[in-house]
Design a protein around this ligand. Sequence first.
Ligand SMILES: Nc1ncnc2c1ncn2[C@@H]1O[C@H](COP(=O)(O)OP(=O)(O)O)[C@@H](O)[C@H]1O
Ligand SMILES: [Mg+2]
Length: 242
Amino acid sequence: MSALLEFDDLHYTFPGSAIPALRGASLSIASGQRIALLGRNGAGKSTLLLHANGILRPAAGQVRLDSAPLEYTRRGLLRVRRQVGLVFQNPDDQLFSASVLQDISFGPINMGLSLAEVRRRVAEAADLCGISNLLDRPTHALSGGQKSLVALAGVLAMAPRILLVDETTSGLDPWMRHQIFAIFDRLVEQGVTVLLATHDLTVARQWADTVVVMHEGRVIASAPPVQVFADPDLRALLGPAP
Ligand SMILES: Nc1ncnc2c1ncn2[C@@H]1O[C@H](COP(=O)(O)OP(=O)(O)O)[C@@H](O)[C@H]1O
Ligand SMILES: [Mg+2]
């Protein structure tokens, strides 16, 4: 299985912080995987994901897409961002346009697609995420869960090969959660890799085929759920498994 996205020995410290957020984090991601990214608060999950599409640049180490190191130029970043979609932990960090329609359109327009193609993708993504009725609404007037769905639709409209979702699913009602997981499953069938950073051990156990565990800025496990949850040290770290 050749790697689609690789994190190789990443080190990163936030400006002004005394403690490194990543201390040699390495992980290899292949096509068509369902990955749950686990780890205690502050383990480095969000920081790792922000390196996946070049929002953060490592102080040392390398991120590779299809074996090629990321290029932190405008062109290089555009290339990685059309393939690696990231839904932020906090949708307020992601949404900045006046209306939902504008927000979902932003990515596809930036990709240089035709207006007709942009419209088609926006309508499709909004429909998938159950927010077609919100397109004319101002983003600031939405609920937290609705904002998360808009952020997800904006990323889906770019048709990424890897979808990284940072804890977003926790704020959704059970019906919407079910819908979203159905979307994830469909994407995986199409060969897309879906990675969810989550504290939901049931999701990790039942949905994921690979569970990745981070601790203190490193990846300390990447294995099938049965293997991870059979490990007493990992269980002690993650808390009582369902
Ligand atoms: N914007 C930031 N500025 C300074 N430190 C940060 C910032 N974001 C995260 N950190 C720190 O980096 C470490 C990793 O955080 P994070 O990646 O958010 O962990 P997780 O997503 O696993 O909860 C923590 O020690 C956290 O306090
Ligand atoms: Mg986080």
